[in-house]
Design a binder for this molecule. Sequence first.
Ligand SMILES: *Cc1c(COP(=O)(O)O)cnc(C)c1O
Length: 233
Amino acid sequence: MTYSMATALALIQQKIRQAECMAQRSPNGVRLIAVSKSFSAQHIRLAWQAGQHAFAESYAQELFAKQLKLLDLPIEWHFIGPIQSNKTAMLSGAVHWVHSLDRLKIAERLSRQRPAHLPALNVCIQLNISGESNKSGCTSDALFDLAQCVCSLPHLKLRGLMGIAAATENKDRLLAQFLSLKNLFDGLNQSGFSLDSLSMGMSADFEWAIQAGSTMVRIGQALFGERAKTPVV
Ligand SMILES: *Cc1c(COP(=O)(O)O)cnc(C)c1O
């Protein structure tokens, strides 16, 4: 099993490098974040042993349960799921990155509750790039004000933007959605922000996200195998 995890990891890293090359980007500009939701702490441990050190979870309870089993590993934890107010106190000290920030109230709580001994929490603002009403994320109209407010919070560090493309195999549509996020990212940097992270791309679409300028891909199933419907705690 360790062998197959190492093989799966090497294969994805190779595909990421190939996509960088196809996009005529310099190598190693894209980080792999392993999405471990619904996979066990043991899967994470095996991936760690194979050299993967950044993991992402979508459900707070599931994250905390796995963290208790992995206290011996200095994992870089990312949170990528919807954030409820009653989870911010625990989350603020449990992770290094939050990709799914989409409203000010949550930002204020995370900043206020971030433990003082820890460095500022890295955050990305999530945009709804697919335009689907059931998807979370702020609108492009609200982005500039939210970004400014987040930058004024002392215990958050605004690193970039995150988006989830529509579940489609239409490459033009995927590319258009990723490019729209890249444009918003460039626009913020042109107006004085200094963002360095563009979190976009999952198992099914990361090559297109890299084509459009992604710097962090969030990949679960292509690494760990097909995901069960219910989370494992
Ligand atoms: C589950 C999830 C992923 C990973 O999806 P895969 O298809 O397993 O690669 C990436 N980003 C977010 C926000 C997710 O919820």
